[in-house]
Ligand binder design. Structure first.
Ligand SMILES: CC(C)(COP(=O)(O)OP(=O)(O)OC[C@H]1O[C@@H](n2cnc3c(N)ncnc32)[C@H](O)[C@@H]1OP(=O)(O)O)[C@@H](O)C(=O)NCCC(=O)NCCS
Length: 142
C-alpha cells in the first residue's frame, strides 16, 4: 500500500471493499440500483485501484482490460467528504504507471462532466466518434 497522509492506495484485489463500493455505486448517477452481486463480479474481474482512510474504502477507479491492447476506465468516485484532495488524480496516476496498462492501443472512458479531470491525465475527446458503436442497456436505472 502506498501512503499519503491519512490516506493509502492499493491495487490489490483483496483490499477492495465490495460492500462499500456497492454502497456508493448503487446511488451513483451511472449505476443507480446496481445489485451487490454485479459489483462483486465486476471488481473480481477488473483491475481496481482504491483509496482508503481509517481502514475504509473512500474511492475507486476500475479498469476493464485485456492488460495488453485495450482498457476501459469506469466506476471512478471519491466519497463526498474526501473530495478535492487529489485522491482521484492519485488513482489515475497509479493506473497510468501500472505495469499491466503500458503500451495499450486504446484507453477509453465515458463521463458526464469530469472531462477536465481526465484531460489532465492525457485523455482527449474521441477523434472519430462516428467510428464508435455501442449497445447501451440502462438496466439499473429504476
Ligand atoms: C470526479 C471525482 C472522482 C473527483 O474526485 P476528487 O478526489 O475530488 O478529484 P481530485 O481532487 O483528484 O481532482 C479534482 C479536480 O478535477 C476537476 N474536476 C473536473 N470535473 C470534475 C467533476 N465533475 N467533479 C469533480 N471534480 C472535477 C476539479 O476541478 C478538480 O480540479 P482542481 O484541483 O483544480 O480544483 C469526485 O468528484 C466524484 O466522485 N464525483 C462523483 C462521481 C463522479 O462523477 N465520478 C466520475 C464519473 S466519470
Amino acid at each position: 500500500m502506498e501512503k499519503r497522509g491519512e490516506y493509502s492506495l492499493s491495487g490489490a484485489r483483496e483490499d477492495q471493499q465490495v460492500d462499500r463500493i456497492h454502497a456508493y455505486l448503487s446511488r451513483s448517477y451511472w449505476a443507480k440500483g446496481i445489485p451487490l452481486e454485479t459489483v462483486a463480479r465486476s471488481v473480481e474481474n477488473s483491475l481496481c485501484v482504491g483509496v482508503f482512510a481509517g481502514g475504509e474504502q473512500v474511492g475507486l477507479a476500475r479498469v476493464v482490460t485485456d492488460r495488453a491492447t485495450f482498457a476501459y476506465l469506469c466506476d471512478v468516485y471519491v466519497l463526498e467528504e474526501h473530495r478535492g484532495k487529489g485522491l482521484a488524480s492519485w488513482m489515475l496516476s497509479a493506473l497510468a504507471a501500472h505495469p499491466d496498462l503500458q503500451g495499450l492501443r486504446r484507453f477509453m472512458l465515458a463521463t458526464r462532466d469530469a472531462h477536465a479531470l481526465y484531460e489532465r491525465h492525457g485523455f482527449t475527446p474521441v477523434k472519430r466518434p462516428q467510428s464508435l458503436m455501442e449497445i447501451l442497456n440502462p438496466v439499473y436505472f429504476q
